[in-house]
Design a protein around this ligand. Structure first.
Ligand SMILES: NC(=O)c1ccc[n+]([C@@H]2O[C@H](COP(=O)([O-])OP(=O)(O)OC[C@H]3O[C@@H](n4cnc5c(N)ncnc54)[C@H](OP(=O)(O)O)[C@@H]3O)[C@@H](O)[C@H]2O)c1
Length: 297
């Protein structure tokens, strides 16, 4: 396979298959929209036309899972999604996050009080122009205590009972916190930091698979610190792919409950990432990459 063949523009996200999240079908290759705002997810994009084009291209390429939050911008990314894609195709599912807010100095403090969470859900509904949100992730802070998730998750569970949310997820959480949340309402997704070089989440990935919970790794490409490893480059070269495609293909092969939301503001990168859907890593390449992670943990 050459890089020319795996970056073909006819590749669609559906080639990597999909995951059933309740009654929703999410392509395993989705799109993370955070990068569409300005630097550090703050303010407007440098090129609004380009941001709208990236969103439309993702959907045209078959992506049915877009990850966002009203605190990206703030509001900017949700406004772009509405502008680019509303009225939404029936099969498109937008996942959002609540539990943080932005301050003018661009920090992300927690916003986990009942008032803040209710307001955040309504802000997402309004900005995205939706009657109900398909998936809302409760983003926790650095605390890993099970007790800390109970009150905020119960607030979201009540909003779900009211019909404003279809499915609930949790983010930045420990296994104990997922279990505590499950005691309140079904948990459909976990969104934690995880990638080929950062695998502290290994046990939780496997546990979620047993529980039929989607695991949505954020920073699949390293986030603000791009993945860099000689072995990754070597495998990519051997397969005629790019290192980023190999990193995404590794995640797809890691476990069937992993759903990808790579972020990009560039059309060419979007196409390159989606084309990872057709990349199968042979056993030998997987061994090399698995060894890399052991060293890079
Ligand atoms: N739950 C949480 O706490 C949390 C935290 C962070 C992020 N998230 C979610 O996770 C999603 C993914 O995370 P992320 O965007 O921060 O990190 P990421 O997907 O690991 O990496 C994005 C970075 O990689 C670059 N990139 C993407 N594709 C590329 C390619 N093919 N070639 C070269 N560079 C490429 C992007 O730059 P370009 O724009 O130039 O392509 C951007 O700088 C976000 O969109 C967001 O929805 C959630």
């Amino acid at each position: 396979m050459t890089s020319e063949t795996i970056t073909t523009h006819t590749t669609t996200a559906t080639a990597a298959g999909s995951w059933r999240l309740g009654g929703l079908e999410l392509t395993r290759i989705g799109y993370g929209a955070m990068r569409l705002a300005g630097p550090n997810a703050w303010g407007p994009p440098p090129d609004r036309y380009q941001a709208v084009a990236v969103l439309r291209a993702a959907v045209q390429a078959g992506v049915t899972h877009i990850d966002t939050s009203d605190y990206y911008g703030p509001h900017v990314v949700n406004d772009l999604i509405r502008e680019a894609l509303h009225p939404y195709p029936e099969n498109l599912h937008i996942a959002t996050k609540v539990g943080a807010r932005r301050t003018p100095d661009r920090r992300w403090p927690a916003a986990l009080s009942a008032d803040e969470l209710v307001r955040a859900v309504h802000d997402n509904l309004t900005r995205l122009s939706l009657p109900a949100l398909d998936l809302v992730n409760l983003r926790m802070t650095s605390t890993k205590s099970a007790a800390d998730i109970v009150a905020p998750f119960a607030v979201l569970a009540r909003l779900r009972e009211q019909g404003l949310i279809r499915h609930l997820g949790v983010s930045n959480v420990s296994t104990e916190q997922v279990q505590a949340a499950q005691g309140i309402a079904p948990v459909s997704a976990v969104q934690n930091h995880y990638n080929i070089a950062s695998r502290r989440g290994d046990a939780l990935v496997d546990w979620c698979a047993e529980q039929d919970i989607a695991y949505v790794p954020y920073y699949p490409l390293g986030g603000f610190r791009p993945l860099q490893a000689e072995a990754l480059d070597r495998v990519a070269h051997e397969l005629g792919a790019t290192a980023r495609q190999v990193a995404l293909a590794w995640l797809l092969q890691r476990s069937p409950n992993i759903l990808l939301i790579p972020g990009t503001s560039a059309l060419a990168h979007l196409r390159e990432n989606i084309a990872a859907a057709t990349l199968t890593l042979p056993t030998e390449a997987l061994s090399t990459l698995n060894a890399l992670t052991t060293n890079a943990r």
